[in-house]
Design a protein around this ligand. Structure first.
Ligand code: S3P
Length: 430
């Protein structure tokens, strides 16, 4: 492991323009759909983060030819039937999206496969996917009655199901859609709270069909998908670190270019506006995935309450929103977010403990946290817990501290944002 990373507050604002790397959710899905489609898929602005590289490595083991050059990826798909039984276990690394979505694909394939990942993956609940996949007719099992990796799958002969999602999770929904595409007949999935809909949008890009009526998604089995060209927008979940940094660091003005603005992901924009942030969103195109620029400047912020339907649209941004709230006047309450406990780490505990070490006043609750602001931050020794978003939150916090922050396992940022520290420095030099 690398030594602790020393982060010194340069006491200057962040200024300039930035292109954040490609969206993680969309990058994963483009490899998966490209692999099961017929014909070539070219993916532009693909995120070369460790999680998405895990997805590429798994599909190569399933016999798919995938070429990688700079930030472009070409997938030579030959259709569902050409995925082959892997001779080795499939290692998903730290990636929950890879694990859950690939289960949906493998559940329809008539062969045996085994999934493992790192120690964080081994703690994350998988029954939410394995249980409904069993209802489709697949043979799937894992540690603790199918709840944890290693997971083994012997797929094939699926029959469409009707299923109501018990948790708001795009990963579970997507796994079931991917199984439904291979199942006999129609699959219906009821989603009471809207979660990110990149899978649904991408099916259409690949020439498939999917319908949504009210809160019910309908997908027909036996669909043949066709290779295509995908332009991955910048990841709003990565942009969020700079949106918050620009709002809380004095003398800042940052323009984030070509960020994905899918309405199922923009909860952070709504929250920043409600807190009184100086934020402007300029949508540029709305074909497939909407894209635009986001301008943020140093702001005077006020605490608010965040909960309900908004949570799925900002679930990954809660660690950085906690930092934002620590710099807002008054109380911020985050509720209905118990899912935070089963992310890469328990993000309620990680945020409370690590931001607390730097002087933030945050109290954990059963389903979120309560933050009292505004508090000055001081230096200290902190840990990312191996969680990319906790690492980046602490690095942004160090831009406000009165002395140095030493961040243990700063390398974790490479999961979703390999150039994160370079990008901070770039904005500090303008
Ligand atoms: C993701 C869905 C969310 C999110 C994760 C990516 C996806 O997870 O937190 O980072 O790409 O579908 P859940 O489905 O567990 O909410």
């Amino acid at each position: 492991m690398e030594p602790k990373k020393r982060l010194s507050n340069p006491n200057i604002g962040l200024n300039g323009e930035l292109h954040v790397p490609g969206d993680k959710s969309i990058s994963h899905r483009s490899i998966m759909f490209g692999s099961v489609a017929e014909g070539k898929t070219v993916i532009h602005n693909f995120l070369m983060g460790e999680d998405c590289l895990s997805t590429i490595s798994c599909f190569r083991k399933l016999g798919v030819e995938i070429e990688v050059s700079k930030d472009e990826v070409t997938v030579y798909g030959k259709g569902w039937d050409h995925l082959k039984e892997p001779s080795d276990i499939l290692d998903v690394g730290n990636s929950g999206t890879t694990t859950r979505l690939i289960m949906g694909i493998l559940s329809g394939r008539p062969f045996h496969s085994v999934l493992i990942g790192d120690p964080s993956i081994a703690r994350r609940p998988m029954k939410r996917v394995t249980e409904p996949l069993k209802q489709f007719g697949t043979v799937i099992d894992g540690r603790s009655g199918g709840n944890f990796t290693p997971i083994s799958i012997r797929g094939g002969n699926l029959k469409g199901i009707h299923y109501s999602l018990p948790v708001a999770s795009a990963q579970v929904k997507s796994a079931l859609i991917l199984a439904g595409l291979q199942a006999e007949g129609m699959t219906e999935i009821v989603e009471r709270e809207q979660t990110r809909n990149h899978t649904e949008k991408m099916i259409v890009e690949f020439g498939g069909t999917i319908e949504k009526h009210g809160d019910t998604i309908k997908v027909k089995g036996g669909q043949v998908l066709k290779g295509t060209e995908i332009y991955v927008p910048g990841d709003i979940s990565s942009a969020a670190f700079f949106m918050v940094a620009a709002a809380i660091v004095p003398d800042s003005r940052v323009l984030l270019k070509n960020v994905g603005l899918n309405e199922t992901r923009t909860g952070i924009v709504e929250v920043m506006k409600k807190m009184g942030a100086s934020i402007e969103v300029m949508e540029k195109s709305n074909e497939g995935e909407p894209v635009g620029d986001i301008l943020v400047q140093t702001s005077n912020l006020t605490g608010i309450e965040i909960g309900g339907d908004l949570i799925p649209s900002l679930i990954d941004e809660i660690p950085i929103i906690a930092l934002l709230a620590s710099q807002a006047e008054g109380k911020t309450v985050i509720k209905d977010a118990e899912e935070l406990k089963v992310k890469e780490t328990n993000r309620i505990d990680a945020v409370v403990k690590e931001l607390g070490k730097l002087g933030a006043n945050i109290q954990g609750t059963d389903d979120g946290m309560i933050i009292e602001g505004k508090t000055p931050l001081h230096g200290g020794e902190v840990h990312s817990w191996g969680d990319h978003r906790i690492g980046m939150t602490l690095a942004v916090a160090s831009l406000l501290t009165d002395s140095d922050v030493y961040l243990e396992d700063a390398e974790a940022v490479k999961i979703s944002y390999p150039t994160f520290f370079e990008h901070i420095n770039q904005l500090l030099m303008k």
